[in-house]
Design a protein around this ligand. Sequence first.
Ligand code: HEM
Length: 334
Amino acid sequence: MAAGIVSPVRNCPSMMTGSALLVVAVLSVMMAAGGASALQSGFYASSCPQAEDTIYSTLQQLHANDPDLPPVLLRLHFHDCFVRGCDGSVLLQGSGTERTAPPNARLEGFAAIDAAKAAVDKLCPGVVSCADILAFAARDSVKMVGGPGWTVPAGRRDGTVSLASEASSNLPGAQMDVNQLTANFAKQGLTRDDMVILSGAHTIGEAACVHIDNRIYDYPSASGVDPLLPKDFAAKLKKKCSTRGLTDRKFDLDSGTSAVFDAQYYSNLAKRTGLLTSDQVLYEDARTRPLVMESSNKANFFPKFTQAMVKMSQISVLEGAQGQIRQRCGYVNA
Ligand code: HEM
């Protein structure tokens, strides 16, 4: 990460003109967004030419026996990038690491990343970072379930620090409104539009019932049910999530097509069948509704999603001599 170039200047504001300050401010935002990272497409073309194909085929084989793998891996990359940047810190094991934080309680997919790492390390030991594997895996996952493919700029290095407290303070919550979500994404250098588009990842996968208690049991209305929910949909939710606090029962994030990466997530929002509060608010808020409507068309959504993923995947990356290439993704090298 080139943030080191920026910070010494930032420390001496008295030496700078107004325009220099502006340049630094713009650069800082770009760094936070990863806009100025030096990641490269085809980074492993000479050091490990088979890396991307090997990761893809390993994950594809695992997917054959585990249909839930793509959403799990897409979410894993997001949870990595929002905490200390896309540095593989979400993978580190041990007490007090990100994995132990409440928002990461039900993260999965670690074994699949380990399998992909083992497969590439067999070909090119110690070359491909775990952080890059996460970014490739997110792209591959989307592709495997009918979504668009894209080129993943690579060259990320693995971090050595992972703190539960940082996961808790940086990951967005399912009950957030548009202001809160926008502020949460802005901390990562992402815009409100990026937030709306990246939320489209909820076109695949499921959420544990506990995340909708606030909509079907605890809403501040006489019935305790969010009045936005269509009656038949609320009944379905209550049937599946038959009591508060269930973590072992799940409901599809994108009712109807949650196994396929399509644009139906957005049309569902217009029908008020978004699952989480943080999904439905995107339609209810006049500032985000236009992009929701536009994105219900795949032709609009897919290119925007790929761009936003490339942007997210460059948040505060470690590069060059920073960090390390972990030998095992769950552990810092001895
Ligand atoms: C906008 C703010 C977001 C919030 C509040 C949010 C919240 C959540 C929650 C609560 C779940 C269910 C987890 C569980 O059951 O424990 C979930 C699942 C998921 N999230 Fe998000 N998320 C957000 C953005 C994103 C982004 C940006 C991505 C990826 C780019 C993403 C990808 C996923 C996927 C794929 C799943 C399904 C996982 C599975 O089936 O195992 N989410 N999200």
